[in-house]
Ligand binder design. Sequence first.
Ligand SMILES: CCCCCCCCCCCC(=O)SCCNC(=O)CCNC(=O)[C@H](O)C(C)(C)COP(=O)(O)OP(=O)(O)OC[C@H]1O[C@@H](n2cnc3c(N)ncnc32)[C@H](O)[C@@H]1OP(=O)(O)O
Length: 248
Amino acid sequence: MARMLRRLRKGFQSLTSFSAATIQPNLSASESSRSEVALLSFFSPKPRDFSLPNSSWGSEMMRLYDHYNSQCEAETEGGQTQGSPWQRLPSYNRSLKYAPGGVYLSKIVQSKARLFTRNIREPGAAFEYALFVNKGEKKCVCIFQAGWLLEGPPGHVHGGAIATMIDTVTGTHATFLSGPIMTANLNIAYRSPIPLGSTVLIESSLDTQEGRKTFISCKVMSTDGSKLHTEATVLFVSINVSHLVRGG
Ligand SMILES: CCCCCCCCCCCC(=O)SCCNC(=O)CCNC(=O)[C@H](O)C(C)(C)COP(=O)(O)OP(=O)(O)OC[C@H]1O[C@@H](n2cnc3c(N)ncnc32)[C@H](O)[C@@H]1OP(=O)(O)O
């Protein structure tokens, strides 16, 4: 049991130190990312990173991805990293499987467990998103394209799907800032509906950290910033990983 908990802790530690995206020379960021995906799937045993561009991404999604990705740390040929406050966070379809300790958690909970937002195989059908974190400003930006399976009101995104994305973005941000956490409170105000198929920006910013509590604010906006779709405040409480093993 103690060994298992040590492995789980190591898993969370590795999640808070994601590696920087690599930009290949002579390719645009999007070309580089698409070729990276293709190469990985053929030649590498690495798990698929679902936050890399795929054929379902529309032009606005690609424009924003290139915009933020170009500001991320790039690795030079000498293996050095150029300083940048921005970092792209990879995203897998299992919470911890690909980190040390995750295998154990999956065995404990259930071997078929999949991350809710990454469990639909068809590209573009549901949650398409990529997250970028700014370490200096302690903020996080997510570009989100909402697929046809997320319909709530006719032609618009379901409120539960929006809440899911807010929880995912702020939860990932809080994990990055504070280590293992759980959502204790999520307050949402829905201001204007999000058209199905559209791309929006989800911005997460740290309000305060008080002991075990991390308070985060979040806004979902149109990509030109002119329309506020949703706003939220979220409280995360830091947990000991044994909290998950014990079942809370
Ligand atoms: C991984 C990356 C990749 C993965 C990327 C995916 C990221 C997705 C992230 C999703 C995250 C989730 O959805 S998590 C799933 C949804 N959440 C849950 O199921 C949580 C269920 N609740 C719990 O397990 C528990 O209640 C906890 C852990 C939240 C708190 O329990 P606890 O550890 O015993 O702490 P407790 O002493 O009660 O409270 C500690 C302090 O927080 C305050 N506090 C506690 N709850 C609340 C509350 N609801 N509202 C206000 N304040 C609260 C207390 O007053 C206290 O303040 P003071 O006295 O110290 O001032």
